[in-house]
Design a protein around this ligand. Structure first.
Ligand code: C2E
Ligand code: MG
Ligand code: MG
Length: 765
């Protein structure tokens, strides 16, 4: 027990130390990143005024100074209460219903503080009396009414806070109660101690020690406390509940603990866990688990095929503080399902879902690998194409289309060896990569000739073509190899006779050339490199009455180019429109010039089927004759019968419109295609141009062709159509055709197509 003079100094020193400690806690709490840091700092700070007040009271021997100490003490208590409200709110957050502490509590505290300060003037709250402590005057409190009010306010708030703590304890899990209970108990202790002091009126308020200690406890529990017991329990629960097998070994490799899955895996119980090591070696092989390695991780497959089980195994050793091996633990996870899922996903991403063949991407990768692995082998890349597959789909339903694709895939699969790679490139195309030696074109041709898909008892023939590229350069992209194989397909013209076509460099050069002239066509037109040559058309007396404008390209590099060198290319890619418009315009210019010079000749121009797709032919031609101020009947329009193959009705309408506008419409190359006499009956044409190829057989032995030509001419005449034979090469042909009643003639017998100037010299005498 501390006595006499020592008592005052002891408490003075003790309170100074407490004040410093609490001050430090306030500072450290303020800097803490935790949410509660502010509230803790405030509470810590609020402990300072009462402590300072007591330091002053204990130190003072004068009445005035002691008074100051008491004001510090009482107002300070109010500060503690205010801070306590805030702290309780923050500390017990999440356990209540989230209400904010009521405002009136703060109002009460402020009013009480004012009331206490009024004591300076009214002396209604307290006075002090001098007594001797440690042989010196000590000023002890004499409470009055205002002091009672102060106590009522503070106790009210204090108990309200306690109530909140009690609620918090009720509402939290048992393991967390510790943090609330300790603080609650300290609060109660401090409260009792303080009450004892108030009523015992002992000099020097020792309960301040309690306040200081409370400050430290609050600081620790709010900011640094971790429920270790709880953590231990949680960790062992987690370990026991883990879905993977967990084994703990002592430093000598003896199993000392395992969880449920571990026991299941090794067929041991809690009593004989040490047998788990043996169990593990039975599964994974002797010496494969307990080894001289600190840590390792491996994937293991036990069994094979569908019954294979996949494990991931991780071993880790644990050392104590002195770096002594304390034991090790092993985690074994059965990830069979995951592995199977991954395999399935990999399969799905590399295989086509309908046919089960490789996808294009995967096929290309496999081919690249094959090439790298077998650099000595020579390969063919074949592009397999189902002809008119869209129509098959459309006519027989897409279900039949699917069936057909599956059967084609099956038929490819059945022909392949493991040295080949194959897959589905797109909708109706497949890619096959075979060593040259294994590709038997003859048998394949024979098989393709009769290739059929069976749907139940019904057989449907399918036309399948193969474009083949012999891989001479293995460095090019696999996609390019198949592009070349695809290109070869375009050379199959007689669809039913030949099913396999090969890519060669000539084909490649042709493609490049086609690209080049296509890119040049606009300039060629502008620079008049492309220009019409005129071929005379004569009447039965041999008099030139007009000409056909036929395009020629005087190419700066290639020289003179006949239309066969560029017209088919442009007909394919649509560029023909540029050429035709140009030729029409040239023809109109010539006609305008002739009109001015009084030359009475007509010009006929060719219209390609593509023109009808890309332009409004009637509109353009009308605009042209208007622009040049010429008679439409001077511009004859040649339309081939292939134009009628699609949209026959619309084309007939176009021809009607042309005729209505005054143009003379001619049917070009009659007899070269699939001409139908029936068509002739409905076709609104003025002139029938009978093809020269048809004519070349007119002098055949039996005279059958001659009969046909003769009858066509007669038929045309009866239908009111003028007939014109083109390709007349000999006088004999000319005479006999004239005899048959043909009205107009065109051919080398009269003249070849020639430049405008030459034609004018030839025709206009
Ligand atoms: P086409 O319209 O039937 O033109 C007649 C073709 O027969 C011309 O070939 C002409 O030179 C050729 N020819 C004329 N008389 C004889 C003969 O006695 N014997 C032989 N063996 N041939 C004769 P060209 O000029 O090579 O034109 C071929 C085809 O190219 C034309 O056939 C036409 O379909 C197309 N064509 C020519 N120029 C144009 C054009 O400007 N636009 C369009 N769309 N096609 C054109
Ligand atoms: Mg023609
Ligand atoms: Mg012709």
């Amino acid at each position: 027990m501390v006595r006499g003079m020592d008592t005052r100094i002891f408490y003075l020193v003790l309170y100074i130390i407490l004040a410093l400690a609490v001050g430090f806690c306030a500072f450290s709490a303020r800097r803490s990143k935790k949410e509660i840091g502010r509230a803790v700092a405030l509470l810590e700070l609020s402990f300072l005024p009462p402590l300072i007040g007591h330091i002053i009271i204990i130190f003072s021997e004068y009445e005035e100074i002691s008074f100051v100490g008491y004001y510090f003490y009482f107002i300070g208590m109010n500060c503690i209460m205010a801070a306590l409200i805030k702290f309780t709110d923050a500390y017990c957050k999440g356990t209540g219903k989230g209400q904010k502490p009521p405002k009136f509590m703060f109002v009460m505290l402020t009013a009480d503080s004012v009331q206490l300060l009024m004591n300076i003037f009214f002396g209604h709250a307290f006075s002090i009396e001098s007594i001797d402590v440690s042989d010196r005057p000590y000023y002890r409190l004499v409470p009055h009414l205002g002091q009672t009010i102060h106590r009522v306010v503070d106790y009210f708030i204090f108990f309200a806070s306690l109530l909140i703590f009690i609620m918090a304890i009720r509402n939290t899990a048992r393991i967390y109660r510790e943090r609330y209970t300790v603080i609650l108990a300290s609060f109660i202790l401090v409260c009792v101690w303080q009450t004892f002091y108030i009523f015992s009126r002992t000099p020097i308020d020792r309960s301040m020690i309690g306040f200081g200690a409370l400050g430290l406890l609050v600081y620790y529990f709010s900011l640094h406390y971790r429920p270790l017991r709880l953590l231990d329990r949680m960790l062992s629960n987690i370990a026991a509940e883990l879905p993977m097998a967990l084994f703990v070994f002592d430093p000598f490799g003896k199993c000392i603990w395992t969880n449920e899955p571990g026991m299941k895996l090794t067929s041991v119980g809690m009593r004989n866990v040490e047998d788990a090591t043996e169990g593990l070696e039975r599964i994974f092989g002797k010496g494969s688990i307990i080894r001289n390695e600190k840590q390792w991780a491996e994937s293991r497959v036990i069994g094979s095929g569908d019954s294979a089980t996949y494990y991931s195994v991780i071993m880790n050793s644990v050392s104590d503080e002195a770096d002594q091996l304390a034991g090790s633990f092993l985690v074994i996870r059965d990830n069979t399902e995951e592995q199977l899922r991954l395999k399935r996903e990999l399969y799905n991403s590399t295989h086509d879902s309908l046919t089960g063949l490789y996808t294009k991407q995967h096929l290309y990768e496999c081919i690249r690998r094959k090439l790298d692995e077998n650099s000595g082998t020579h390969y063919f890349a074949a592009f397999v194409d189902v002809k008119n597959f869209k129509i098959v789909n459309d006519v027989f339903s897409s279900a039949f289309g699917d069936l057909a694709l599956k059967q084609i895939a099956e038929s490819i699969r059945s022909r392949m060896t493991e040295r080949c790679v194959y897959g589905r490139l797109a909708g109706d195309t497949f890619g096959v990569f075979v060593p040259v030696g294994e590709f038997n074109a003859e048998t394949l041709e024979a098989e393709l000739e009769s290739f059929a898909v069976t749907d139940g008892s019904v057989e449907h023939h399918l036309l399948i073509h193969l474009g083949v590229y012999e891989v001479t350069d293995t460095n090019i992209d696999v996609s390019v190899m198949f592009d070349r194989a695809h290109l070869a397909l375009s050379t199959i013209t007689d669809e039913y006779k030949r099913h396999i076509a090969y890519y060669d460099n000539k084909l490649r050069e042709k493609v490049l050339w086609d690209q080049q002239i296509t890119s040049e066509v606009r300039d060629a037109v502008a620079q008049m490199q492309i220009r019409p040559y005129l071929q005379p058309i004569a009447d039965a007396e041999g008099k030139v009455i007009g000409a056909e404008a036929l395009a020629r390209w005087i190419h700066p590099g290639r020289g003179f180019m006949p239309p066969s060198a560029f017209i088919p290319v442009f007909e394919k890619n649509g560029m023909i429109v540029e050429v035709d418009r140009h030729i029409w315009r040239c023809a109109c210019r010539t006609l305008a010039d002739w009109k001015e010079r009084g030359v009475d000749l007509f010009l006929s121009v060719n219209i390609s089927p593509k023109d009808f797709y890309f332009t409004d032919v009637v509109c353009e031609l009308k605009a042209l004759v208007e622009e040049f101020g010429i008679e439409p009947s001077k511009l004859r329009i040649e339309i081939t019968e292939t134009v009628m193959m699609s949209d026959a009705e619309e084309r007939m309408l176009t021809m009607d419109q042309l005729r209505e506008a005054g143009f003379i419409v001619e049917m070009d190359d009659f007899g070269s295609g699939y001409s139908s006499l029936n068509l002739l009956k409905d076709m609104p044409v003025d002139v029938l141009k009978i093809d020269m190829k048809f004519l070349s057989d007119t002098d055949d032995k039996t005279g059958r062709s001659r009969t046909i030509v003769h009858n066509i001419i007669r038929l045309a005449e009866e239908l009111g159509i003028v007939s014109l034979t083109e390709g007349v090469e000999t006088e004999q042909q000319y005479r006999s055709l004239a005899e048959m009643g043909c009205k107009l003639f065109q051919g080398y017998y009269f003249a070849k197509p020639m430049p405008l100037e030459e034609f004018e010299a030839f025709a206009i005498k």
